[in-house]
Ligand binder design. Sequence first.
Ligand code: FES
Ligand SMILES: [Fe+2]
Length: 683
Amino acid sequence: FFFASPIDDWLVSDSCGSATMGNPHTPPCADVPELAVPMPPSCPASWVAAALVLLVTLSVVRGMDDAATPFAALAIPASPLGTAPGHTPPVAWPASQRPLRVTLPHRAWDPRPRHAGAMEGGWARAAPGPEPTSRVAPRGIRAPPSTSTGVPAIWGLIAVVGAACALAMHRRRPQLTPSGPIHTCALAGTAPGPGATDDFDARCTGGGGGTISWTKQWWPLHVTEILDKRRPHGAQLLGQELVIWWDKTGADGAGAWRVFEDACPHRRAPLSEGRIEEDGRLLCAYHAWRFDGEGTCVALPQAGAEECRRLQGLPQACATPYPAQERQGILWVWGEAGAPGSPAAREASQQTPRLIPELVAHEADGRAGATPWNLRDLPYGWDFFMENVMDPAHVAVSHHGLAGNRYTGAKPVEFQLVRPPTYDEGFKFRFGPPKEGVTAAYNDFRPPCLLHISTEFSDGSTASLVLYATPIRPGYVRHIGCQAYVTSPEGKIPSSIVGRRTLPPPLGTFAPSIPVWLLHIVAPLFLHQDMAFLHHQEKILAHRGYSVNGPVPPTQSYVNSVFTPTTADRNVLCFRRWMATMGGGSLPWAPGTPPLPPREMDRAVLFECWHAHTKHCQHCLQALRAVVHLRNATACLGLFFALGLRTGPLRLVAASSFLGLAVALDMLKRLFYKYEFAHADND
Ligand code: FES
Ligand SMILES: [Fe+2]
């Protein structure tokens, strides 16, 4: 499994097209290799054990090594009849009596025939005899020189002990016990508690009235840094299929990202399956119609020159553009289609996307910064994403080991409403109690797409999570996020910012920054811990009558579908109240959008990463190619040293090092495809 295969190349080139996991319009690729082939054990201890067992085998095999007969070192008969290399068997064995391969350490070998089933000069036959046939070795294979006889045995012993330790570690599950008292209570009923009082609901309803227009909004659609400009990309917004492409002739030659409806006006073939040609036009690869950045058809090869000029002016021949702009590294798209100069384009020009507040506020003094963007399509809805990220009570529990301890960190949470809800500006809560060194923490919901979690520190710096969410289709959300910060007056960056140098100069000058792809592949370590709940939670509540996926408002209110007796749920309840009133109760999916899909019970599909991120990100695709090549090279070097003609401990050290590195790289490669997580295993 170490070697490159057409499967690897196929994956890297994404011949699977633009299908995303569970895309109702496109069947999932049946031959996604990481899902289709049997997976070896993913536990690191199992891998260590497997590597050590491999080492044992190589050590044992090496014991049979004969410098003059490398085939014999592998114990592979050179002929179909299983004779030793270069030796012609006197008898042709019938198929039912094929010779056995003998692979025993040299000290167990005895060149003499032991029973009637053995053949002189050949391999032992599987016939009953006084001794096992495996104790008979072919003539001509000699033991290694006595000077090296101890080395394989020592390595084998070390490997066996190591494998036993690794397996023992794998089986051991530390039993953690809560350090504090466990409170139990007898529930008298399901009446709303302090988290859901009418008074609180009334305050969360806010003032001003009104209902948000979900389509007259700027939505974050993609991260431009990770987009490949050489090809069109499929995307979705509220169930509408879109195509993103780079128009190198746009913006007076500076280039601009364009977003069209993903359907050619000719016969509705997806433009995301098209091409970007040398002249900078988007070409529909079905009949070669070409479109410029405003959607105008500039080439229609099936028409003559005269007819072509006439047809090009017709609106029916134009692609359908959406207003789009790039701000702060994100491609923003307006929720309604419209060519330049259209009413939709004019409306869009009067609104500003939900930009990172710190970067806007500190543009002049330069005290603010942000980490690289991450993007991920998650298999749960927009509302469950928002609900999850504005719920600090889950952090220590769900992210046990990464961001807290489920046994000591689960505590009461208090909320203070600092900006009452409005349909267009959302609402803001201060929550606590604050941790040491923190003066205040806030959840700021800015519809339609931003949840901004900020933490203010006593040294004057601020760290934030900028969490965007775009509803792409029922049951799926596109999350784009980063960390932002404002330095202290002394210029210190908060230590919680990952991916930015925090060492003071001059050390910081030499500290390497974390590669973007590495930040991307570790993101599921955090996100999948919540996804294990949210994907199913959404369907369970829908089954009980609560869903924002329409086409009509839910038949059951959220507060009557759950039991939220503590103040820890206040922020979530306010969000659900906002959604039911100012949010209109449901999301306006495009006509024909399939309904909420059923629960995905196959964990290999649910926790996959290829469709969720890797295929969308040119950084990760490049890193994946490099990892595959490096893995293959180290595996070849490992095998070269393992099967080399010279003996000695240095050779075995080199072989085990390279093979171990190859195994580690193979494990790294798998993170580009899948990261499974189970809370039951997270001790
Ligand atoms: S469908 Fe696009 S050119 Fe025919
Ligand atoms: Fe990536």
